[in-house]
Ligand binder design. Structure first.
Ligand SMILES: *Cc1c(COP(=O)(O)O)cnc(C)c1O
Length: 394
């Protein structure tokens, strides 16, 4: 047979991206189960069972909400549902996603404010405290937990306690951190957490998962602008988890099977162990990157994400050339930057099945090999692997 795939067309052997990520094999096989009619009582009971499991994985007492679209739907829906026309809102932006959230808040708010940092740093809780002291009327504060295009983590607990003290509602985008990093919804005083199964839970992109506090339900119910009979409605799904209630529209049946498999794996491994696996993988990667003589993007290592490592591009290296060389020569696919971080960095995901330290050895090999080819310089791959291994062994 004549080969039909060029190197560029062939899929990567290893997808070590920051989302979507390779799914767990158990998730893939669950996705292939027969599609039940959503009003088959068997499916309705199954949906309730899965929702309770999701609630226990999230550590919340109220049953969470699933919206039937990848997490951007949940994020947009939260902005539409919570923000009333005369509200003062504060958006916290330390990266592309955080700033992007402001674009949904701004047109709906009476008064919109933002605290920004440079995109390799994190929000300072003291700035939030100062703002809320000066603007006690603030109804809502939004933050991105792990701003993925920067690979940096915001202090969501410290910020949340300040927000609660001032009486505002608190919305957190934890799409790319939850299930890879501890997120204690209660202790962080989160009113609406938006996440999804397509990052650290190792499922495909298709669903949004939201926790909603009693205060947040009350706010939505009192908000004349909150969507109803709409794909953006959170309120429509409030009771849909109960086997005795109907669905506003057909849920993504197969994706719910996949979600259950992802949640089961997470609970069986034990959330603490899952978080430790993510943290160790990222620590090994950072050690290897530094030993190669490359620089981390994050201003400080304490704010570098356990679910993604961002690496500054060396002078004169084009990100597309680097990533394509890594893919075509080594079979390793990593992520680019986005918007303001595009062509300034590359990103290696440690999410779900790829949050295993041995993948760092693979990635460092591809990275050093591609960089040597592009720049004609030597990179100390041996030293990098030794450094990563030291973290793995510790
Ligand atoms: C992945 C991700 C989302 C979902 O958005 P996509 O751009 O569609 O992948 C939202 N927020 C954050 C922080 C994410 O990492």
């Amino acid at each position: 047979m004549t080969p039909t795939n060029t190197a560029a067309e062939a899929p990567a052997l290893f997808t070590l991206t920051t989302g979507p990520v390779n799914c767990y094999p158990e998730v893939l096989s669950a996705l292939g189960k027969p599609v039940l009619y959503d009003y088959d009582p068997t499916f309705m009971a199954f949906y309730e069972k899965v929702m309770r499991k999701v609630g226990s994985a999230l550590g919340v007492k109220d049953t969470p909400i699933i919206l039937q679209g990848e997490p951007v739907l949940g994020l947009e829906a939260a902005a539409h549902s919570l923000v009333a026309p005369d509200d003062t809102v504060l958006n916290l932006a330390s990266g592309v996603y955080g700033a992007g959230y402001g674009e949904w808040l701004k047109p709906r708010a009476g008064s919109f404010h933002e605290i920004r940092t440079v995109y390799n740093d994190a929000i300072d809780p003291a700035d939030v405290d100062a703002f809320l002291t000066a603007h006690p009327e603030t109804a809502l504060v939004a933050v991105c937990h792990h701003d993925t295009p920067s690979g940096t983590i915001n202090p969501i607990k410290e910020i949340g306690q300040i927000v609660r003290k001032h009486g505002a509602l608190y919305v957190v985008d934890s799409v790319s951190a939850w299930a890879g990093v501890e997120v204690d919804v209660e202790a962080c005083c989160i009113d609406v957490l938006v996440t999804g199964p397509n990052k650290c839970l190792g499922c495909p992109p298709a669903l949004s998962i939201l926790t909603v506090s009693e205060r947040a339900w009350a706010k939505m119910e009192a908000n004349p602008a909150a969507p109803r009979a709409s794909i953006l409605s959170i309120l429509d799904w409030k009771d849909a988890w109960k086997a005795t209630e109907g669905f506003p529209f057909t849920p993504s049946v197969s994706e719910i099977y996949g979600l259950e498999a992802g949640i089961d794996l997470y609970l069986k491994e034990g959330p603490q162990n899952v978080w430790a696996r993510h943290a160790k993988t990222a620590a090994a990667m950072r050690a290897g990157v530094k030993a190669l003589g490359l620089e981390l993007w994050a201003a400080r290592e304490e704010i570098a994400s356990p679910t993604c490592t961002t690496i500054k591009l060396p002078e004169g290296v084009d990100e597309t050339v680097l990533r394509n060389t890594m893919k075509e020569k080594y079979g390793v696919m990593i992520s680019s930057g986005r918007a303001e971080t595009f062509n300034k960095l590359v990103r290696v995901g440690h999410m779900g099945p790829t949050a295993h330290p041995i993948y760092t050895v693979l990635t460092l090999t591809a990275l050093a090999g591609a960089l040597s080819e592009i720049t004609g310089k030597d990179f100390d791959l041996g030293g990098a692997i030794v450094a990563a291994n030291a973290v793995i062994a510790a």
